[in-house]
Design a binder for this molecule. Structure first.
Ligand code: ADP
Ligand code: ZN
Ligand code: ZN
Length: 835
């Protein structure tokens, strides 16, 4: 008896502490105390508000609960608990910690990127009585009065205090009180997330039964306007057949949209208690797509889907290698339905969802509003809604871009990574510089989910794993609906230039093909991987070229905007009328981007309807969709674009694809250039010829048709490409045979930057050896935003190496540099598994 009594008292006295993830770049957790009344409610994964530093308060997430006070500092109190039900799951906390460790950054940085900012906090200063205040004797009479006021309220804003204490200078008063530790100043917490409300109406409950309803309508015979409003309501909400429908009501706007009369009639009906108004939180994706489409897989797709399931019985990761237009999406849908039916969650990752609206529409037809969409162009509120929808179970299935890996899933059954070879899965800035495909695999591992990697042009790394038997491999080499892959040919621009048959940038072959296509009313896509009008301006007399002030790169000429722009730092300049150096008027454009092609097309084909799709034409939220929809509806004959047009688009009237400047894509100075060239050109080619009755054509303009990769593209010879690439990767010890970590040293003074890079490189090489540490080397663009850059590349073998220990060593070398007095203000960016 006494035992239980004692342990009860003990428990009462033990103080609860929490370790918190704070959204700041410091590599540790922070311990805070929890007040008794909060202790019973606080849970791992909940958000809290805590004081930090002298005057800040910030939102943090609870990582653990315990009874150990911190050793070397006095723990402060948690000010407020934001969630009774945690918004962050245990899996997410595990993910944050893993990412911080793996990608060599701080857990707070991970959290900062992971949480939509609507789940963080905005602030406004407030003052609170300090419950630990110990020296009332220090207070002036005026301060004593104010403290009395403060005691009566949980907290007060400066403004409210001003009203209470009258004329006094409130900030000075507060400052004095803060000095005496009598009050705490913090920022008022206000959640940014504002749910969207819709105003609705419904009939009063007294009219729900058919006989009551009939009586009402009869009564309104003499008031036809009002009767019409009720009738209109019934047309939208047929409650005469099912009274329960009344509960959900109808949006007010629908009922009184067109005329003022119906508005006033509705007003009267509400006043008389016939209708009642109410408000409802509107989910942001309620464009109510009712699930409708039944998909029937082709025999080949059925086999693929079944083989994937069979592989999953043995392996956790399967590569689905299916050519463009084979209908991979249909296979995904089949699998998603199976997994959802089994009660597990599904995540479907896409490189950049804005670029693939067509897929979203297709999926929506099948999954309706059970599907959440997580998109980089979505507003923060929309993201918060998806987040909460996953927690609540509303969204068992989410389609999203790379940041969707941060959503609070806890029961994943399947993760699909579509176009797994895409580089946009890797985040470049800010930290964590994570690869969503790799993170997805980690998530799947923890939750015992399966991962399906899909691509027509798998990354060499992934294909290697499949060949090694570590991943399952399922192939689908047949286009849907008996369509054939397009016929690809090479156009020798060098020759055409010599023969003077080029029309501007257009070879005669491409020109003729475009003309034919226009004649037949078929659509064409032209790919040039460079936006703007021309990459630079040059003076014919003195060779001056347009250069960015802040970066070691030329300024791109944008004709529509009449500007010179830096694509690295965003710097803009007016276009000079004459050469800024010698005053010559002979300033010409050199090279060509999408804008220039668009102009030339308009001159070559005056009757053609031309549309351009690149970063510059798609900045507005819906611009991308609009262009796609115009093209889809046949209002555009020729679509010119950058990388954006290479992905996922599916138009059955496209029979010609033209590719410009293949040489530049192939010769990019980077070890993955060949792989990228193959992927890019194969993907864009895949937009052509999606109909069985018509052979698609692709024309590639190149000055050197003998380049090996071009033949592989023509033959759709992925295996040939793989066989050659893998030998090179092995010979030079590149991924998948090694892991790469890139360190970029930055400083505004080139000598400091170089010195730091040299020192860092030397200390790394001393331990790791010269063959593992390459550089320092200036990157292609050696100065960005006035910072001089030096890259160091670390190559680590995959086997027999303690990756964790090596990273700790690298980190310590970096810390040495950052704390070296002679090298002050140098920064080092760490990119693990850099692309
Ligand atoms: P991929 O992603 O492999 O390039 P898609 O999934 O875009 O191919 O499919 C190409 C086209 O074929 C799409 O328009 C798609 O709707 C259609 N399609 C593929 N499979 C089927 C099917 N089983 N039933 C109806 N249409 C299909
Ligand atoms: Zn000049
Ligand atoms: Zn610049």
């Amino acid at each position: 008896m006494t035992d239980t009594l004692f342990s009860y008292t003990d428990a009462e006295e033990v103080t609860l502490f929490v370790d918190l993830v704070l959204p700041i770049p410091v590599p540790r957790l922070f311990t805070y105390r929890v007040k008794r009344d909060m202790a019973a409610l606080i849970k791992i994964g909940a958000r809290v508000i805590v004081p930090f530093g002298k005057s800040r308060v910030i939102t943090a997430v609870v990582a653990s609960l315990h009874n150990h006070p911190p050793q070397n500092y006095q723990a402060r109190y948690v000010l407020e608990l934001l969630d009774e039900y945690p918004l962050v799951t245990g899996y997410q906390l595990q993910l944050f910690a893993w990412m911080a460790e793996y990608y060599m950054c701080c857990i707070g940085e991970v959290m900062n990127v992971a949480l939509p900012s609507g789940l963080k906090i905005t602030s406004q200063s407030k003052v609170q009585y300090n419950p630990d205040f110990e020296h009332p004797d220090l207070l002036t009479p005026q301060e004593v009065t104010l403290m009395e006021d403060l005691k009566k309220h949980p907290s007060l804003s400066y403004e409210e205090l001003g009203r209470l204490v009258g004329e006094v200078n409130v900030p000075t008063l507060i400052k004095s009180l803060v000095g005496k530790r009598a009050v705490i100043v913090f920022d008022e917490v206000k959640e940014k997330y504002v749910p969207k409300m819709v105003r609705k109406v419904r009939l009063h409950r007294n009219y729900e039964q058919p006989e009551q309803l009939l009586a009402l309508l009869q009564r309104l015979d003499k008031l036809p306007k009002q009767q019409e409003v009720v009738m209109r309501y019934l047309r939208h909400v047929p409650m005469q057949r099912n009274p329960a429908l009344n509960e959900q009501g109808l949006e007010k706007g629908i009922l009184n949209q067109d005329d003022e009369l119906s508005q006033s009639s509705l007003g009267t009906l509400v006043k008389n208690g016939v209708f009642e108004t109410f408000e409802l939180i509107q989910p942001r994706f309620s464009d109510t797509f009712s699930p409708q489409k039944e998909i029937v897989l082709t025999a080949a797709q059925r086999t693929a889907s079944d083989s994937i399931m069979a592989e999953f019985a043995q392996k956790n990761i399967v590569l689905f290698h299916g050519i463009t237009g084979s209908g991979k999406t249909e296979v995904y849908i089949d699998l998603i339905q199976k997994v959802l039916a089994g009660g597990s969650q599904v995540m479907y990752l896409l490189p950049e969802i804005a670029l693939t609206t067509q897929i979203v529409v297709r999926l929506q037809k099948v999954f309706g509003d059970k599907m959440g969409i997580y998109h980089s162009k979505f507003s923060d509120n929309e993201r918060v809604e998806v987040w909460k929808g996953v927690v609540s179970g509303q969204f068992q299935f989410v389609i999203g871009v790379r940041s969707a890996v941060f959503l609070p899933f806890d029961n994943l059954g399947l993760i699909i990574v579509d176009e797994e070879h895409e580089t946009s899965y890797k985040q470049h800035d800010p930290a964590p510089r994570y690869h969503a495909r790799d993170v997805a695999m980690m998530l799947a591992h923890w939750q015992q989910a399966k991962v399906l990697l899909g691509s027509a042009t798998p990354s060499i790394e992934t294909y290697y794993q499949a060949k090694q038997g570590r991943y399952g491999l399922v192939e689908l080499f047949q286009r849907y609906g008996d369509a054939n892959l397009p016929f690809i040919s090479l156009i020798n621009t060098k020759q055409e230039k010599k023969q003077k048959t080029m029309k501007n940038e257009f070879s005669s072959a491409l020109y003729n093909a475009l003309a034919d296509n226009l004649e037949r009313g078929e659509q064409s896509i032209l790919f040039q991987n460079r936006r703007g009008y021309s990459p630079y301006l040059q003076c014919e007399d003195c060779e001056w070229t347009s250069q960015c002030l802040n970066c070691a790169v030329s300024l791109t000429y944008h004709q529509r905007a009449a500007e010179l722009r830096c694509h690295y730092c965003g710097h803009k300049e007016d276009v000079p009328k004459v050469c800024p150096t010698c005053g010559s008027t002979k300033v010409r454009t050199v090279g060509y981007g999408t804008e220039k092609l668009e102009d030339q097309l308009q001159i070559l084909f005056p009757a053609a309807r031309i549309q351009r799709m690149d970063l510059d034409t798609t900045r507005a939220k819906n611009a991308y969709q609009q262009i796609i929809s115009e093209f889809e509806h046949g209002n555009v004959d020729i679509l010119v674009g950058t990388q954006m047009i290479t992905k996922g688009l599916d138009f059955d009237n496209v029979s010609l694809v033209g590719i410009f400047d293949a040489d530049r894509i192939i010769r990019w100075p980077e070890f993955r250039a060949t792989e990228r060239a193959f992927q890019m050109m194969t993907q864009v080619s895949g937009r052509a010829g999606r109909r069985a009755d018509r052979q698609g054509r692709v024309l590639i303009q190149t000055s050197d048709p003998s380049q090996v990769v071009l033949q592989k593209i023509i033959d759709n010879d992925y295996l040939g490409l793989y066989d050659e690439e893998i030998v090179e990767r092995r010979d030079f010890n590149y991924p998948p045979f090694s892991r790469l970590i890139k360190l970029t040293v930055r400083h505004t003074d080139q000598r400091v930057s170089k010195k730091a890079a040299d020192v860092l490189c030397a200390s790394l090489a001393a331990q790791l050896g010269d063959e593992r540490v390459l550089g320092p080397e200036q990157p292609l663009v050696e100065r960005i935003r006035n910072q001089f850059l030096y890259d160091i590349l670390i190559k680590l073998e995959r086997e027999k190496i303690n990756f964790k220990a090596v990273k700790a060593f690298i980190q310590s070398c970096i810390t040495d540099i950052l704390t070296d007095k002679g090298l002050r203000a140098v920064s080092v960016i760490i990119d693990v598994d850099c692309l």
